[in-house]
Design a protein around this ligand. Sequence first.
Ligand code: ADP
Length: 767
Amino acid sequence: MDVADIPAVPEWLPNHLRDAGIESLYPPQAEAVEAGVTEGENLVASIPTASGKTLIAELAMLASVARGGKALYIVPLRALASEKHAEFEQFEQYGLDVGVSTGNYESEGGWLAGKDVIVATSEKVDSLVRNGAPWLDDLTCVVADEVHLVDDGERGPTLEVTLAKLRRITADLQTVALSATIGNAGELADWLDAELLDSEWRPIDLKKGVHYGQALHLEDGSQQELRVRDGEKQTAAIVRDTLEPDRDEDGAVREEGGSSLVFVNSRRNAEAAAGRLAGVVSEYLGPEEREALADVAEEIRDVSDTETSDDLADAVADGAAFHHAGLSRGHRELVEEAFRDRLIKVVSATPTLAAGVNTPSRRVIVRDWRRYDGTAGGMQPLSVLEVHQMMGRAGRPGRDPYGEAVLIAKSHDELDELFERYVWADPEPVRSKLAAEPALRTHILATVASGFASTREGLLEFLEATLYATQTDERGRLEGVTDDVIAYLERNGFLERGDGGLTATNLGHTVSRLYLDPMSAAEIIDGLEDADDRPTVLGLYQLVARTPDMYELYLRSGEDEEYTMLAYERESEFLGSMPSEFEDNRFEDWLSALKTARLLEDWASELDEDEITDRYGIGPGDIRGKVEAASWLLGAAESLAGELGLEWTPAIREARTRVEDGVREELLDLVSIRGVGRKRARRLYEAGIEDRAALREAEKSVVLAALRGRRSTTETILENVGHRDPSMDGVEPDADAAPESVGSGSADAGSGPADSASDDQASLGDF
Ligand code: ADP
């Protein structure tokens, strides 16, 4: 279908698409248009990775807005929200207003009322519904990206319930759901009363296969020699083979070498693989490429001064990189861009985030097909759906003749197994995970609190509109869990039952608006009520860390003992009674929470970022994730304490602000100045400048010395604090005030994890 023939879209669209190199629609896109996606029809599109799902969404949203409506695009991860937002901003030149809603869960986002297209995570949309955002009534089109994730035990139910609520708020809301290829897309279409588009079409051929011995075994039965040198790993051999230019008999280059994307099962493995593969890639780099890569490596070092940052920069200098959710956003963007520019030749990634990021490469190598799964107590095979999504990243349209996706077998049996399990297999069907107690606990309270149901029967009727209800034959199960959950919520004072009706209590309303799991709220309330003295920061951090809303930091082997000792040493600080060592699981959870709490305490005691990453074996992005989660939960604890009339709000506020800024109490005033991060604040303090007022009046030579002679920084900070004469002309640093040993410098000025301007870490855990 030619782009000029798409009905109901704005006039400017065909030319805009042509300018972007899109002359005609891909076949699945054309089918979507024929199914009425630009004319308000509901659609479930189950098509392979990289087959142009985004454009289908854009067509639906633009057409809806052109009719005077308002569109919402739901993403599964915060990092993807900014990416999609940046993509949709291209339409602002035609007068559309595009907004992204991330950040805290307590507001109703009134400013979004004026936007035509809004991007948000499902958690954020859920919280907007709970907070009664009035503009939700104006929505005419909702797009759910990666809708197959309704299958995800943790986050799936939120997406499911949120879609059901949005569809209930606006009866004729157009729903477009985009999914990877799954086995039962028809069931999703039934649930959403949608047309089904189920296609295997790809813009570029994909050949799947398995490497074993000295050959690549492809799905069409053919074999291709791919030699592994003595002492070489299979992955390295495949990466090398991909880098080799393809030559004809005379040695002339038929085709330049290409890039590889290697999927592994842990962050540590991703980092190790990048280090090793850098050695392979390095041989293939020309002098110009080396220079350009050295520049990228420098930019990476500038992002933060951690070991992760250094390791990444070292690998990038040699043309390799790793990519995982522990990286900060700046790192990820630099890596993705250099990979797309073909400077970086190989990226080793965990599947988490790479699944949603557009980084095609000639070959995809799925090195690990098993992953550690704590709940199953060991290594578990990845799902077919996941492996196929990784494989789908192979092949760059317009650049490669085809893409190749390769698994790795160590034995002949494994070769057969991998063919059976992944190459020839169809993806699993997607199943709703709603009927689990934790999911229903949250959603039943929110459903009653925001007025979607006011009786047990009304609640059950609402739940009928979920995917779960369309998939289950066991009517009784949902009813049973619902009754258990109602009883739990009543027992904890969140819901009240009377005259056959259900109402949320004031506390219940607060919990729902705060976006807390009711169990987290109950734990926090019990802990705070138990405190006889002003709680310590460690006590408060441990309290929020043990709620189900803080994702876990696992204990590594040998750490049990270390944290058991710490638990006894600091027992008096805990809020609520510590479980006994004989209650295995509960005690272990308590210790994990203590580990998280100590990390937060270290951060709030100004320990260096790289010492923390080292001590806890995590990345800088993880510190940020923990800090954001803690600050959100402590903010919620503050509201709950207020609601219940408890006296600990100042202690909670101190714990929250200290963790947000990563400082001890005495620096809180200084870090509130723009441009002053934890390290600069400490240096100023050491130089005798203890708060804003002192800085406003300070001797400039002393400030300059404390800020290690950085004149423009000093001037800006003095301006920000309102110094009467911030100009640094003729000022020299006062030698007596120079700092000796505070910190190392570059993670300064709010570039640390608590930088509130940055929003790249999904604090609800990456799926
Ligand atoms: P998906 O979301 O399905 O993984 P994307 O929407 O990111 O895939 O599309 C993959 C790439 O294909 C993008 O770079 C996009 O610009 C390009 N593309 C999409 N539709 C067309 C088309 N009709 N013609 C040419 N290129 C297209």
